[in-house]
Design a protein around this ligand. Structure first.
Ligand code: NCD
Length: 641
C-alpha cells in the first residue's frame, strides 16, 4: 500500500508521470476512475486550498468524499488516539487525507490505517502535495526544473511547504537561494539532509544583489556538486567573499517563492521583527523581468497588490493547479494500489531499541513525544556526525540528535559513546545487540553496568586552564578591530562555559559588557541563542558585521566546528569568525585551523581527552584528563580472565 507522507516517497519519474496525468486532467475526469471510491479528509488544522482542492479532485474523478468539518468536534476531543482514529476511518474510506499540527502525526496515522494516507501538511515538517503543485507550476512556466534558480523567502524555519520544496528542487537539480526572515532560517537538519542525500553544499553570500529588493537579511546559495568549502575557513577573506558575490550576481533568478510567517508555530512573544516583502521595487528591476513570484497561500502582507496585477505574480494559477495535480495524484495512488505493488524500501539504517526504554526524540512537537501511544521510537542511525558523533534521526519528524550512551544487550554493559567505538557499535547494530540510552539513569534502570576505562592522567590543572583562558582572551583583544563588535559564541555545552569565562576575562579588561551566546549544533529550536535568561526578551543575537570568536573545549575531527560555522553563516554575515579551543588534539577530517589554542595534545583515536569544568561536574576542580578507552571486547576478556 502506497502512502504519500514525504516528497521523498515519490521518485522523480513518478512525479513526472503524475504531471503528465495532470496535463490531461479533463480527460482523467471523464473516465470517472474513482467511481465507488470514498476519500476521507481529516484536517486538525485550518485549510482552504488543500482541503477543497482535494475534495474537488475526488469529485471530478467520480468519487465521493466524507469529512469531519471540525476535528475538535470529533472523538479526538474525547481523547481518542491518532492510531484509533486512523484504524476506524480506514473502514469508512479508501484513502485518507490528513493535516495535523504535530510533526510526524500523519505518518503515525498511516502506520495504523489500512488504506493509503496522504499528508496534507504535518506540523512544520512537510507538505508534499503542495510541492507537487509548486513543481508543476514551475514546469508549466519555465519548461524544466533542472538548472532553475529558485529563491525561497520568508519563514524557512517553520514553513513545511519550504522543506518539501527544497528537497524536491535539489532532486531535480535546481539551485536554491534562501532569503530568510531574521531567525527563521532553514533548520540545520534540513540543510544536513540536503548535504547528505543530495550532495548540496551551502555558500553564504553577502548578496546586496538580492537583499536590496526584498529584505535586510543575507542570502545563502545552495547548489549541487560545487564544493564551496567556504564554511571551512574561519577567517572570511575578502577575495572569497567577492568570488561568491560575483557567482551570485551572475545568476538568473527564475522564481521567488514567498511564504507567510507561521505565527501559529512560534512561541508567544517571538513573532516580532521585520519580514521580507515583494512589491513595486522588485517589479521594476530589469534583472527580475522574467522572475515569477510564487506563494503557497494564504498570504498576509508579504506580497503587495501590484504583484497581483503583474504577469509574474502566478500564485493564483499555482493554487488553481491544485485540482488537476491532486486528481493526478489520486489516480496514481489508485493505480498503484490496484497493481498491488509494494515499493516499501527496506531501510538498512533503521533503529529501534531492543530494550523497553529507548532514546527519545528531542523535538517537543514530534508525535513520538506528544502521543507516544500511537508511535514507536524508531530512528535512522547516522554515523559521521560532528566530532565523529553517532546521530539518530527520528523516523517521524527527521530531527536529529546525538547518541549519548550505548550498551550491549547481551553483556548488559554500557558506556558513553565515543568515536573509538564506531566499529564496535556498527557490529552490535548489525547483530541487533545495540541498546541506546539518553542517560546513565536509564541504562542502570534496565540493569546495565558501566564498562571500565583505563587510568586517567591529568594534562592540565585548574591554574593552567585559567592561564590559558586569560592568554586567549588577550590574543582575542589584540586581534579585534572594534571591541563593540565582538561576540563570543560557545559551542554547547562545554564551549558555552568556556565562552562565558573568556567573556568575563574580557569584561574585566575592557570594563564593559561583552556579548556572549551559544550555538547548539543539535538544537531543534533556536540554534544560536543568548546564554543568560536575563536576556530572554531581547531580540535574537545579530551576527551582521560582528567579529565572532567561536569557543569550544576540544578540537579533533573539526566537524563540530564545521557545523557551527554553517549555522553562523546561515544566520548572518559576520565580519570575521575566529576559533578558540582549549585543547587541540591534532588530526583533522576537515581543514579548520583554530586561531587560539590553550594547549596542543596530539592523541590517538583510542585515547579520550576530557575537559572537566566546575560548572558541569559536582565537587570537581577544573582539569583536563586523558585516558585510554578499553574496548568493550577487552573489558569482557578481562572480566572473564
Ligand atoms: C500552507 C500550509 O498550510 O502549510 N498552505 C497551503 O497548504 N496552501 C502554507 C501556510 O499555511 O502558510
Amino acid at each position: 500500500m502506497r502512502n504519500l507522507l514525504s516528497i521523498a516517497d515519490l521518485t522523480n519519474d513518478e512525479i513526472e508521470h503524475i504531471f503528465e496525468l495532470a496535463d490531461s486532467a479533463p480527460k482523467l475526469g471523464a473516465d470517472n476512475p474513482a467511481t465507488g471510491q470514498i476519500m476521507a479528509t481529516l484536517f486538525y488544522e485550518p485549510s482552504t486550498r488543500t482541503r477543497l482542492s482535494f475534495e474537488s479532485a475526488m469529485h471530478r474523478l467520480g468519487g465521493a468524499v466524507i469529512t469531519c468539518p471540525d476535528m475538535k468536534a470529533s472523538s479526538a476531543a474525547k481523547g481518542e488516539s491518532l492510531a484509533d482514529t486512523a484504524k476506524v476511518v480506514s473502514s469508512y474510506a479508501d484513502v485518507l487525507v490528513v493535516r495535523h499540527y504535530w510533526d510526524g502525526a500523519v505518518q503515525a496515522m498511516a502506520e495504523h490505517a489500512d488504506v493509503p494516507v496522504i499528508n496534507a501538511g504535518d506540523g512544520s515538517r512537510e507538505h508534499p502535495t503542495q510541492t507537487l503543485c509548486d513543481l508543476y507550476t514551475l514546469r508549466k512556466e519555465k519548461g524544466e526544473i533542472r538548472g532553475l534558480t529558485v529563491v525561497v523567502c520568508g519563514d524557512l524555519k517553520n514553513g513545511r511547504t519550504i522543506h518539501s520544496l527544497v528537497f524536491a528542487l535539489a532532486r531535480f537539480g535546481a539551485n536554491v537561494v534562501t532569503l530568510a526572515a531574521n531567525g527563521m532560517e532553514l533548520p540545520q537538519y534540513v540543510l544536513e539532509r540536503l548535504e547528505r542525500e543530495y550532495g548540496y553544499s551551502l555558500a553564504p553570500v553577502a548578496s546586496d544583489d538580492l537583499t536590496g529588493v526584498v529584505t535586510e537579511t543575507d542570502a545563502l546559495y545552495l547548489t549541487p556538486k560545487q564544493p564551496h568549502q567556504l564554511a571551512l575557513f574561519t577567517q572570511l577573506d575578502a577575495a572569497m567573499q567577492t568570488r561568491l558575490s560575483t557567482m551570485v550576481s551572475g545568476l538568473r533568478y527564475d522564481a521567488f517563492y514567498m511564504t507567510r510567517k507561521q505565527k501559529e508555530r512560534m512561541k508567544e512573544g517571538t513573532t516580532g521583527g521585520s519580514y521580507p516583502t515583494i512589491g513595486p521595487k522588485f517589479l521594476k528591476e530589469e534583472r527580475f523581468k522574467d522572475t515569477v513570484v510564487m506563494h503557497p497561500l494564504p498570504r498576509v502582507d508579504e506580497l503587495s497588490p501590484e504583484v497581483d496585477k503583474d504577469r509574474r505574480g502566478i500564485y493564483f494559477k499555482q493554487a488553481a493547479y491544485g485540482v488537476p495535480v491532486r486528481m493526478a495524484l489520486l489516480k496514481f495512488l489508485f493505480e498503484q494500489r490496484d497493481a498491488k505493488k509494494t515499493t516499501a524500501k527496506k531501510n538498512a539504517n533503521s533503529y529501534e531499541s531492543p530494550e523497553r526504554l529507548g532514546p527519545q526524540c528531542t523535538n517537543g512537537n514530534c508525535v513520538t513525544v506528544t502521543e507516544p501511544r500511537s508511535t514507536r521510537r524508531r530512528f535512522d542511525l547516522l554515523s559521521g556526525g560532528p566530532s565523529g558523533a553517532l546521530l539518530l534521526a527520528c523516523s517521524y519528524c527527521n530531527h536529529r540528535f546525538r547518541v549519548q550512551f550505548v550498551g550491549n544487550v547481551r553483556s548488559k554493559h554500557y558506556c558513553g559513546y565515543d568515536i573509538a567505538l564506531a566499529d564496535t557499535v556498527k557490529d552490535w547494530f548489525k547483530k541487533k545487540e545495540l541498546a541506546i540510552f539518553d542517560s546513565i539513569k536509564e541504562a542502570e534502570e534496565l540493569g546495565y553496568e558501566p564498562y571500565k576505562s583505563g587510568p586517567q592522567r591529568i594534562i592540565m590543572d585548574e591554574s593552567e586552564i585559567q592561564n590559558a583562558l586569560r592568554e586567549m582572551s588577550q590574543e582575542i583583544l589584540r586581534d579585534c578591530q572594534d571591541p563593540d563588535r565582538l561576540l563570543i559564541l560557545g559551542i554547547r555545552t562545554k564551549g558555552s562555559y568556556l565562552a562565558q569565562r573568556v567573556a568575563a576575562e574580557l569584561e574585566v579588561d575592557q570594563k564593559r559588557r561583552i556579548e556572549v551566546g551559544e550555538i547548539d549544533i543539535y538544537g531543534s529550536a533556536d540554534e544560536i541563542r543568548r546564554i543568560s535568561s536575563a536576556y530572554e526578551d531581547s531580540p535574537p543575537i545579530s551576527l551582521k558585521d560582528r567579529e565572532i570568536t567561536l569557543v569550544d573545549d576540544v578540537i579533533y575531527t573539526g566537524r563540530t566546528v564545521k557545523s557551527a560555522l554553517s549555522i553562523i553563516f546561515k544566520a548572518g554575515r559576520p565580519q570575521s569568525v575566529r576559533l578558540a579551543v582549549l585543547i587541540d588534539r591534532g588530526h583533522r577530517e576537515v581543514p579548520v585551523k583554530p586561531t587560539y589554542v590553550g594547549k596542543h595534545i596530539p592523541s590517538s583515536e583510542r585515547e579520550r581527552v576530557r575537559v572537566k569544568l566546575r560548572e558541569a561536574e559536582r565537587d570537581e576542580k577544573d582539569k583536563v584528563v586523558i585516558y585510554s578507552l578499553i574496548s568493550p571486547a577487552e573489558a569482557r576478556a578481562e572480566r572473564v580472565g
